[in-house]
Write a protein that binds this ligand. Structure first.
Ligand SMILES: Cc1cc2nc3c(=O)[nH]c(=O)nc-3n(C[C@H](O)[C@H](O)[C@H](O)COP(=O)(O)O)c2cc1C
Length: 204
């Protein structure tokens, strides 16, 4: 059984809607079990994350980065980092913010660099930009024209019923489906050997 875990934070519910869309996309792939967990479901769900073949990370963009609760979770993974326990798992990311741009890219870059520090293999969105030509519309898939992960936008003064938009939710679904499909065929044989090499180098 292929396992995909989605872990996210949402202060006001908008990023939760995006996370649920990522989940719906992932679980549309046969043979894939999907776990959706929020970082405020304490304690952190280590067992779910450790057994996953792929982990999809999601945070609102707050102050041009990930939110403080999500950063606390990222920092709490340091012992996994030290053992490279998540090495060769797949990783991907999504973010939602109020601005059309809003510096969402900074949050996604943070997640991608975090995954690389763990030795994970980053899966980008895999879509051409939407709403990008004279015939494009805001209803297009990937209307916010991201490559590194899924972006969504929600009005700052309204609740999650007002955003993310249908297009952003479909983009999030696409990311979940893409990661699940890739995870189903992902068999990183070299991972254990690399981990032993790292451990013996440290011991020497
Ligand atoms: C502390 C804080 C910082 C924020 N910083 C940004 C920002 O840098 N860029 C942006 O576009 N929106 C920013 N926002 C707006 C949120 O990203 C936006 O309201 C988002 O939909 C919240 O998602 P959530 O409901 O999942 O928490 C910020 C909101 C808060 C509360």
């Amino acid at each position: 059984m292929t396992r995909v875990a989605i872990i996210y934070h949402s202060g006001y519910g908008h990023t939760r809607v995006q996370a649920e869309a990522v989940r719906d996309g992932a679980r549309s792939v046969p043979g894939v079990q999907v776990d959706l967990v929020a970082v405020d479901d304490s304690p952190y769900p280590w067992e779910v994350l450790d057994r996953a073949d792929a982990i999809i990370f999601g945070s609102p963009t707050y102050m041009a980065g990930v939110s403080a609760p999500f950063k606390a979770f990222l920092d709490a993974t340091a012992s996994r980092w030290a053992e490279q326990g998540w090495k060769d798992k797949l990783a991907a990311g999504f973010t939602n913010s109020a601005g059309i741009n809003g510096d969402k890219l900074a949050a996604l870059q943070h997640l991608a660099l975090f995954a690389m520090q763990h030795g994970m293999v980053w899966v980008g969105l895999g879509l051409l930009p939407g709403n990008h030509s004279s015939t494009g519309t805001p209803e297009d898939l990937n209307r916010l024209a991201s490559f590194v992960g899924a972006m969504a936008q929600s009005p700052a003064d309204l609740g999650p019923e007002a955003g993310p938009s249908a297009s952003d939710r479909r983009t999030a679904e696409h990311l979940g489906k893409r990661v699940a499909r890739i995870a189903r065929g992902w068999h990183p044989d070299a991972g254990d050997a690399d981990r032993s090499a790292t451990a013996s180098t440290v011991a020497a």
